[in-house]
Write a protein that binds this ligand. Structure first.
Ligand code: AMP
Length: 194
């Protein structure tokens, strides 16, 4: 199985690159943010619980997010592999992901990080707000999301770097150029495995 964590700050293009990766490598896209937004839209009680947290740009509590992840994985048993988008976001989540995958004799294959400057993040997300109208794409919430990313998610860089799984790609380029870079990295990894 090919299990790729697509990593980077909000607005770095994780969703766009994930869509291209799932097509090329026949993987399942597992975006915790998308699952959460669907749950909120459904109007369920669980969705109501999540709404306030997401709209403030905070992280959904650990137990809830693990529940979401486990259910998404269970629904896709037999997949060729996964693109984890927006997960893990903390060291605790990363350790849990390792444990869950290890139960199936699997592991994270690699972490592809899209590098992009903070100013660009704010610019891109404000633009996205105009198009998609996401409630968490307002300037204040974006700043909070960036801070949460730096404090809680960035420690994952060292976590995966020490495992030799972390690779960086310049994220402020044309979509196809970024995808070409990522594909080269993935293909090299696949060749090494064969
Ligand atoms: P995203 O679309 O990945 O930017 O996620 C949108 C929002 O969903 C985040 O700002 C969090 O509130 C919540 N969320 C998504 N993934 C996670 C996660 N792995 N852990 C905690 N909260 C998450």
């Amino acid at each position: 199985m090919l299990n790729i964590v697509i990593f980077g700050p909000p607005g770095c293009g994780k969703g766009t690159q994930s869509a291209k990766l799932i097509d090329k490598y026949n993987l399942v896209h597992l975006s915790t943010g998308d699952v959460i937004r669907r749950e909120i839209k459904s109007g369920s009680e669980f969705g109501q619980q999540l709404k306030g947290i997401v709209e403030k740009g905070e992280l959904v509590p650990y137990e809830l997010i693990i529940k979401i992840l486990e259910s998404a994985l269970a629904q896709n048993k037999g997949a060729n592999g996964f693109i984890f988008d927006g997960f893990p976001r903390t060291i605790a989540q990363a350790k849990d992901l390792d444990t869950i995958l290890a139960n199936d004799d699997q592991a994270v294959t690699m972490v592809v990080s899209l590098c992009i400057h903070d100013d660009k993040v704010v610019e891109r997300l404000l633009n996205r707000a105009k198009i998609e109208g996401r409630k968490d794409d307002t300037e204040n919430v974006i700043k909070n999301r960036l801070q949460v990313y730096k404090e809680q998610t960035c420690p994952l860089i060292d976590f995966y770097r020490t495992q030799g799984k972390y690779v960086e790609v310049e994220g402020d380029c044309a979509i196809d150029d970024i995808f070409c870079q990522i594909s080269k990295i993935v293909d090299k990894k696949l060749e090494a495995v064969v």
